[in-house]
Design a protein around this ligand. Sequence first.
Ligand code: SF4
Length: 316
Amino acid sequence: MTPGFTGTISDLGGPTANMYHLNCVSEEIHANCRRLSCVFPTICKNLVTDQSPTTRLYRRARELKGIKRVMIASGLRYDLAVLDPEYVKELVTHHVGGYLKIAPEHTESGPLSKMMKPGMGAYDQFKEMFDRFSKEAGKEQYLIPYFIAAHPGTTDEDMLGLAFWLKSNGFRADQVQTFYPSPMAMATTMYHTEKDPIHRVNYKSDKMVIPKGELKRRLHKAFLRYHDPDNWPILREALKNMGKAHLIGYGKKHLIPPTQPANHASSKTAAKQSAGRAKAGRGKILTQHTGLPPRAGNRPGKAARKAIKRGGKPKR
Ligand code: SF4
């Protein structure tokens, strides 16, 4: 056993948690296959979807001497998982530490088809199984779905649909991801060529919608964080431009209110005020990203702190 190993395996998975040993039913069919994906647009009928090898692997890992906990943190292909309830039960009963992150990435069919991801029907099915097996195991556990803003193929209406899904399901995304073109990704090809390489491309192919530019990217991110008052002004303007001003109001059918909250300070102003209070000894400085105190190197020096205590400005 490696010195310092505590007995917890933080992730027993690969690029995808539940595709271990999944393969085509026949080598000959596999060799002649021209499909781009075995799981998109539908799960291929020739794909063996039995996940019992993964279930057996989990059980073996738990039995090993010195192993206390085995967690699963790799991405889960939940449209496959729902085809094997025994696998989901094993996962939920033994390998979730309170929260399971999964990545539907979007709720709308347009962007989902560009990501080769399953629709929200599979998510709902998986959630129902997750909740049922958690209850049977006597555990209070939650699914944390992740979404992305500004992915190629995403319209403003798609982001609006996603924002309403988040609202109606009571999710308030804290950290959100905005698409960034990275090497070797199909989405990067879409981003640069504005064509959809999932389908045959020729000179007649339609141009794809690509959310580019700072303003558009900020707007798509704002839809994901519709609950943040800092985003309400940009969302109000966008909804009016989209002819959706009726979605501004105080009711359940509305996305955002027509006015800012009383005494609302933007997060930048709030951060400045918080830093000011901390300098005056009336509160802690917490970093915006981690919620933890900043590292010692970022704190004012001893002389500066003395000057602040006296109520003066530190000398530069
Ligand atoms: S898409 Fe179907 S036929 Fe092709 S390799 Fe995958 S499972 Fe086999």
